[in-house]
Design a binder for this molecule. Structure first.
Ligand code: ZN
Length: 292
């Protein structure tokens, strides 16, 4: 593993001449999973591999006990990592684990929220601040505004209604709304992600929230008829969160749009910067791309 990282770093060094890769240890990422109403056993490897392929991350996985079993011993060492990748949607964590996450994030930690991780912990106030927007679990207008994009700006709709829904899957296009953020810099203004289950009507505190990109949710597919947040960042204390609503199942994880935004979002959440170039196989305005 170490040899592979050095080889990867040397290649990066040779191409980019950054001079920093060999001088610094790789970043440490921790994927958190174990319970989810989605296929976490098959999506976690599809989160791990793209992060490792950047040459930037050494990746560990913390898997909780299964649903219905004693969670009291589940206490990942968040502080040993530069970024957490949250692939968890399940039972409440023990109080000490929740406190650990709050301290880690407030103190400058990083987290990537993937798809249904935004459905987790509807009653954990700090968690909802970290993820910005969430869905299901009884979320409604009391959870915060429905945030969407209209007429060139963000709308915070406080009218009553459910928090979180989705229509049928359809080919989802992404529109960048903040082009000068490290995660989106250099990406085309519009690009295809591919067939996905697009969340809509998400609600949450939406504090310190930046909507980097949106996707249109057609009413004809059972959606909201709105430009819904797709890629977001949230500032929580000194911590950084990158939230992607994408990643329903393994096919969506093979989309180049998903992979590249995951890689860039994870680096930004870990460091506040993005050093990765946009790859040649990045999708275009009308053509999604997938990797094997
Ligand atoms: Zn889903």
């Amino acid at each position: 593993m170490l040899l592979k990282q050095i080889v990867t770093c040397t290649m990066v060094l040779a191409v980019a001449m950054t001079g920093v890769c060999l001088a610094e240890p790789p970043l440490k990422a921790l994927i958190v999973d174990g319970q989810n109403n989605h296929d976490w056993k098959n999506t976690t490897p599809l989160l791990k591999a793209p992060l490792e392929e950047t040459g930037l991350f050494a990746v560990d996985v913390a898997t909780s006990p299964p649903k219905g079993q004693d969670m009291s011993g589940f206490r990942p060492k968040f502080k040993e990592y530069d970024v957490l990748v949250n692939n968890y949607n399940g039972a409440e964590w023990p109080e000490e684990t929740r406190n650990d996450l709050e301290e880690y994030m407030a103190g400058g930690g990083g987290m990537v929220v993937v798809h249904a991780a935004s459905n987790a912990f509807p009653r954990w106030e700090a968690y909802n601040e970290m993820i910005g927007l969430g869905g299901w679990g009884g979320r409604n207008e009391q959870s915060g505004p429905w945030v969407y994009w209209k007429d060139g700006q963000i709308v915070r709709d406080t009218s009553p209604g459910r928090g979180g829904s989705h229509g049928r899957q359809f080919p989802v296009q992404v529109t960048v709304r903040v082009a000068d953020h490290p995660i989106t810099r250099g990406l085309p203004e519009k690009f295809m992600h591919g067939v996905e289950e697009l969340y809509d009507r998400m609600r949450g505190p939406a504090k310190n929230l930046t909507v980097l990109a949106t996707s249109f949710s057609p009413e004809a597919m059972g959606g909201s008829g709105r430009e819904e947040p797709a890629l977001m960042t949230i500032r929580y204390g000194e911590g950084r969160v990158f939230h992607t609503v994408f990643g329903h199942a393994p096919p969506q994880h093979k989309s180049v749009a998903f992979i590249v935004t995951l890689q860039r979002g994870a680096e930004w959440a870990a460091t506040g910067k993005v050093t990765q170039p946009v790859p040649d196989d990045f999708p275009t305005v009308d053509e999604a791309k997938v990797r094997p």
